[in-house]
Design a protein around this ligand. Structure first.
Ligand code: F6R
Length: 242
């Protein structure tokens, strides 16, 4: 795994956005895997600036998001679909029908998950997957104990994740306990992964993911086995690396 350490989250986010922009310029029909949460917001801001100032063209890309909370309709202020619209899609020229986020209201969850996998395959596969990392070492919502071969499925959130994400919902009680998430196996099939981690609260998870053993207890550690992963860290998130 290539590790890039930069001074702060602003510079790290800009680096990640530049990397994504390069991918799109090189292959305008790129299939991007996208993440939500606090970490990628600055990166999306920067991509929006590239679109507005430098004509970065998103018109041919396809996107697949990592996850969505179960039971939240797309218009819910906390749904990941809404997050993507507000923080990215609404501000660039991506074609709405080419953006995919799991449906938190799907009636038949198993067949929805299979269909999501099928669509990823049909798109030709993910060229570049943007990832964050949970304080418990998860990627997407693959919580500790998730199989490293897992596919898109329903997953219960670990208590640590519920607590971490309560900041978006106002209270712990309001955080959904279940989510539809790409599996570790799904993520590992991406041609490239870009793990972005910023802030001191990620330092332990980052160390375990990059320098610890490959283990289902820290699903991000599976990325050590991925042939083309770059971890972009700010100094705070990199503080515990040897
Ligand atoms: C979000 C996702 C999660 C987050 C992780 C970090 O789509 O898949 O794995 O990347 O929980 O979240 P933040 O960035 O809010 O610290």
């Amino acid at each position: 795994m290539r590790v890039v350490i930069l001074e702060d989250s602003v510079v790290a986010s800009r680096w990640a956005a530049n990397f994504i922009a390069e991918q799109i310029r090189r292959k305008p029909t790129s299939v991007l895997g996208l993440a939500t949460g606090g970490t990628p917001v600055r990166c999306y801001d920067q991509l929006i600036q590239f679109h507005k100032n430098d004509q970065l063209d998103f018109s041919q890309i396809q996107t697949f998001n990592l996850d969505e909370y179960l039971g939240l309709p797309p218009e819910d202020s906390n749904s990941y679909r809404r997050f993507m619209q507000e923080n990215f899609f609404d501000h660039v020229n991506v074609v709405p029908a080419r953006t995919h986020v799991p449906d938190g209201m799907a009636k038949d969850i198993d067949s929805h998950c299979q269909e999501y996998e099928r669509r990823i395959k049909e798109s030709g596969g993910i060229d570049l997957q943007l990832l964050g990392i949970g304080s418990d070492g998860h990627i997407a919502f693959n919580e500790p104990g998730s199989s490293l071969a897992s596919r898109t499925r329903l997953k219960s959130l670990a208590m640590e994740t519920v607590q971490d994400n309560a900041r978006f919902f106002g209270s712990e009680e309001k955080v959904p306990r279940l989510a539809i998430t790409m599996g570790v196996g799904t993520i590992m099939e991406s041609r490239q992964c870009l793990l972005l981690a910023t802030g001191a609260n990620k330092a332990t998870a980052v160390r375990e993911a990059i320098e610890g053993p490959v283990t289902a207890k820290v699903t991000a550690s599976a990325l050590q086995m991925h042939p083309a992963t770059i971890a972009v860290l700010d100094e705070a998130a990199a503080a515990e690396l040897e």
